[in-house]
Design a protein around this ligand. Sequence first.
Ligand code: SAH
Length: 279
Amino acid sequence: MSALGEHARFDAPATAAARPGRVTLVGAGPGDPELLTLKAVKALRAAQIVLHDSLVDAAVFEHVPRTAHRIAVGKRAGRHSMSQRAIIELMLRLARGGHPVLRLKGGDPFIFGRGGEEVLALTRAGIPFEVIPGVSAAQGAAACAGIPLTHRDHAAALVFATGHLRGAGDDARTVDLDWALLARPRQTTVIYMGLAALPQICEQLVAHGLPPDTPAAVVERATCTDQRTIAGTVATLPALAQARGVCAPALIVVGAVVALQRTLGVALRPHAPPARHAA
Ligand code: SAH
């Protein structure tokens, strides 16, 4: 397997082949390589060219043949990487050249993975594709941290949102979300890409009516051997996360179900140190 590095250019043919290659979008799961589906492993074993994101565990590549080309196109906070447009162009160029392409993404390709944009581009170009779902970070975090995302007594709805900061310059950066929706009672809210905006997110949730003592947690590196859960309330979580030096990738989970983690977290992961609580 040859790893071509983040900025490497694969020498794809400029001319179109008689038949385009098929593109397979594969969800690699949230971290633990054993959470790959059988279908994903089968696709990885047959791969010739793999375009992959940065959040994919190295052990996942053990399924990829040594002869396959591996191209890192991933984004990692604060590091320069290929633009989404360039990734799509490379994928189209390879497929048009007749190469089957495996597009490997962290978690599930259709949950904050920009898989939607990629398959739309493939559809427009008339390139055949397949999507193999993966375990999303929220599901991995729920299972491994002991936070059932729904519960008859506590949460009848589940919202996945992105806390990605928008705007240029540090002062202008804001999270643009439907806060009233996210602050609704009897609901669990999971926020992806929200760590940098955690103080702003918690502040807005309270400003829109969520009681400040609502349980909330950050789950860092969910499903990985070094997973950490920092649990508190929407009022206390930003300071706790900062004090514990939480790093990406991390998810924010808000809602009454988070309190169950106190009981379930320890029971589920007997070898992991229990999370420190400050409610
Ligand atoms: N498609 C992915 C999400 C990609 S967006 C999925 O379905 O999971 C990237 C964000 O996902 C990160 O910023 C983080 O919020 C979350 N994430 C991915 N892997 C994670 C992990 N192992 N633990 C916690 N959060 C994770």
